[in-house]
Design a binder for this molecule. Structure first.
Ligand code: NAD
Length: 720
């Protein structure tokens, strides 16, 4: 044994081949925490001191190679100043360079996932062999940073600047075949032949058949690119990537600049450039929030995993209603492999539902994600039906019929009599209380809410709503089914609007107040889109549909009359209600706040509509001059406050779940981390002061809760 630590061992075999193995104690995966990097430094020193070595294999004793740096350490470390961070990365560079400079040929055996720092470890060696099931990539830019342990320096020298830009700026996870094609790895073999392949490469390097010194020289010298190639690789890429990432995500473009600046430099100088840029990005709010988002996502997944463990997977599902939502649910279930019965009362509805599913599958075939055979097989997982004939063998039913409490109650009671006693019933209702729907059921414990978002195949969130009588088993089965469908389930308690709509409608309330004050809705849309929302509130209302918005608004008004009364039409008519009255329903009838035309691809394209502008003017009581900041506050404060209330009322369990639900359910700007993180970023005290000012002018929709005031006084935060 040459070295033995908690995460790394180095041993030597009879032929003088050293093997450095990552196997982090008491963990299921290998991660590069600060402590593991320290060990790696020690291990490399031991290798340097050992005489008679002929070669080195770096490998892993776990199912993964190395998943990356330990992201749970990021917030703490990134708090330090830039100079500290530069110095920290330079220390890692010294260790990695020492591996790269060992006086014998080296190879990494990539048996499983090798991401971020894990990929960068693999890049230090002369050769890489990869199991055919493994994945390789540098996803750092997705966390708002860039590869900081030499990835921006070594990868372009290995696979060319253009390919490296694709991997790094795109943050892609790459399959073995792609990695081989680009030259990121030297061989791809089945997992059980990995060791032999690694040793074979070393033997060929030792015999002189392979010139490992030449390879190493190539990887450590400046990139050879002419001015035209430079132009092609970097300038074009920067423009393209900037457009794709948008103004709120600087890391992808920064990573290209780092590759460019370092291209003509020696290894050490290029690494210094990388370290500086890394430190700068690590200090940004965007990075802080994206790292927070990653951690929140892990927590949400862990919670779902705990539910999932309690139940058997759903073998056969069913959906009632083949409309927009029912059709989407059937597609998603079939697409991810759970067979589903799709029942409707109308033949035409079934045909439409199937047509939609077929269209979505066909798109996958077009994109080469599916073969036509696979498409046929997946489509056969959807069984359309007009009868309850086969419902005796169904594990879980999603009710997605029209949003009418009487119809839903009737459908659910009828259904309960036809299914097995253990079948779980769920409802995709957006506005009807789960406890109300459970009222007439004989087995209310087998019932809960399963609220999808439109379009089902694209929106990641599923709210699982626990009614007063819902059993753990019902909630667990529903969570498990949502996971099987590739969705992110978040369990919430029952209340009007559940979590996401309860938080969204006060935002629309803020919008209506702005319209009363004479704000221009197109300007509001632009400002909120610039703030980071995928679409502004007027555009979003067009997508949701004015009928749906008015109906849900009424439910919210009834549930929370004090602060949301105006959403129900208690006072003067809002712009939304007026739109509804004048039959401007939004995209569904091609006119709302905007008018809609079909673009070349047959998708609705919004255009300015003077009639809508005139209509909105009818509700304006004044023509207030408002700054962009004031508009943002008027929109965001009610949304954030309602999120706070949901947390205080126990509708949602944690700040992390609340924030993730908003990001996954309504596209809250991810780089801002969610409503509660947004309050933290402003400072709770500053937020409360802002809310109080607005409440004086605009009423209870803007009034902070007692507990939030207390938090402000105590200097507390939502995230430690
Ligand atoms: N559209 C959305 O954005 C959205 C989002 C989340 C949740 N929801 C909820 O999903 C549910 C369905 O909404 P949708 O937009 O798909 O409506 P939809 O009108 O497109 O579809 C409803 C379907 O239910 C069928 N139906 C009616 N009675 C039935 C019965 N007794 N048995 C079987 N089928 C019956 C209708 O024929 C129709 O095909 C509603 O509760 C709605 O609130 C909708």
């Amino acid at each position: 044994m040459i070295y033995q630590g908690n995460a790394i061992t180095v041993a030597k075999n009879g032929e003088g081949i050293a093997r450095l193995t990552f196997d982090l104690k008491d963990e299921s995966v290998n991660k590069l925490s600060g402590a593991v990097i320290e060990e790696l430094g020690e291990a490399v020193k031991a290798l340097q001191a050992e005489s008679g070595l002929q070669g080195l294999v770096i490998d892993s004793a776990k199912a993964v190679f190395i998943v990356g740096a330990d992201i749970t350490e990021f917030h703490g470390v990134f708090e330090k100043d830039e100079a500290f961070l530069v110095e920290m990365n330079q220390r890692v560079h010294a260790i990695f360079n020492a591996i790269e400079d060992l006086p014998f040929p080296t190879v990494t055996a990539i048996n499983g996932i090798a991401l971020g720092g894990g990929c960068e470890v693999a890049l230090t060696t002369d050769y890489r062999v990869m199991a055919d099931s493994a994945k390789l990539g540098l996803p750092e830019t997705k966390l708002g940073i860039l590869p900081g342990w030499g990835g921006c320096v070594r990868l372009p020298r290995l696979i060319g600047a253009d390919n490296a830009i694709e991997w790094i700026a795109g943050g892609t996870e790459n399959k073995a075949a792609a990695a081989l094609k680009m030259g990121a790895v030297d061989a791809v073999v089945p997992g059980d032949q990995l060791e032999a392949a690694a040793l074979d490469l070393l033997a060929r390097a030792a015999s002189g058949e392979l010139d490992y010194r030449a390879r190493r020289a190539e990887k450590t010298s400046p990139l050879k690119l002419g001015p035209i190639e430079q132009m092609m690789a970097f300038e074009t890429a920067k423009g393209y990537v900037a457009g794709k990432a948008g103004p709120h995500y600087p890391a992808p473009v920064e990573s290209i600049k780092v590759i460019q600046k370092g291209a003509g430099e020696s290894r050490e100088r290029a690494q210094a450039i990388e370290a500086k840029a890394f430190a700068k990005l690590a200090k940004t709010d965007v990075c802080f929030n994206l790292v927070g988002l990653f951690l929140n996502d892990q927590l949400v997944k862990k919670k779902a995993g705990q539910y999932e463990k309690q139940v058997e997977p759903i073998q056969q599902a069913a959906v009632l209603g083949a409309g927009i939502m029912g059709g989407g649910i059937a597609y998603q279930s079939a697409s991810k492999g759970t067979p589903i019965l799709m029942k409707d009362i109308k033949e035409e509805a079934l045909e439409l539902g199937l047509k939609e599913a077929r269209k979505l599958f066909a798109k996958q075939v077009e994109r080469k994600k599916l073969t036509t055979e696979q498409m046929a097989e997946k489509l056969s997982h959807i069984r359309p039906t007009l009868s309850y004939g086969d419902f005796g063998h169904v594990d879980l039913v999603v009710e997605a019929v029209v949003e009418n409490p009487k119809v839903k109650e009737a459908v659910l009671t009828e259904l309960e009599g036809l299914v097995d006693e253990t079948t779980i019933l769920t409802s995709n209702t957006s506005t009807i209380s789960i406890d109300r729907l459970a009222r007439n059921l004989k087995r209310p414990e087998n019932f809960c809410g399963m609220h999808f978002f439109n379009p089902v195949h694209r929106m990641p969130l599923v709210e699982v709503i626990r009614g007063e009588k819902s059993s753990d088993a019902a909630v667990a089965a529903t969570v498990a089914y949502a996971r099987a469908m590739g969705k992110t389930p978040i369990v919430v308690n029952d209340c009007p609007g559940f979590l996401v709509n309860r938080v969204l409608f006060p935002y629309f309330g803020g919008f209506s107040l702005l319209m009363e004050q004479g704000a221009d809705f197109q300007r509001v849309d632009k400002i909120m889109e610039k703030f980071g929302w995928p679409m502004g509130p007027a555009y979003l209302l067009d997508v949701v549909g004015m009928d749906t918005a008015v109906h849900a608004g009424e439910v919210m008004a009834e549930g929370f009359p004090e602060r949301m009364g105006s959403l129900g039409g208690g006072g003067d008519k809002s712009a939304i209600q007026l739109m509804f009255e004048r039959e401007r329903l939004g995209q569904k009838n091609a006119k709302g706040f905007y008018a809609y035309e079909e673009d070349k691809k047959g998708k609705p394209k919004k255009v300015v509509d003077e009639a809508a502008i005139a209509l909105v003017k009818e509700v304006a009581k004044e023509s207030r001059e408002l700054s962009d900041e004031e508009i943002i506050a008027r929109m965001m404060v009610p949304l954030c406050l309602e999120t706070v209330r949901c947390l205080e009322d126990g509708i949602v369990g944690t700040a992390a779940e609340a924030d993730m639900a908003l990001i996954y359910g309504i596209g809250f700007p991810p780089f801002r981390g969610g409503a509660l993180r947004y309050i933290d970023a402003l400072g709770v005290a500053e937020f409360v002061a802002q809310a109080e000012r607005l409440a004086e002018e605009l009423g209870p929709l803007y009034a902070p809760t007692e507990r939030l005031r207390q938090m402000a006084a105590d200097g507390a935060r939502f995230y430690a």
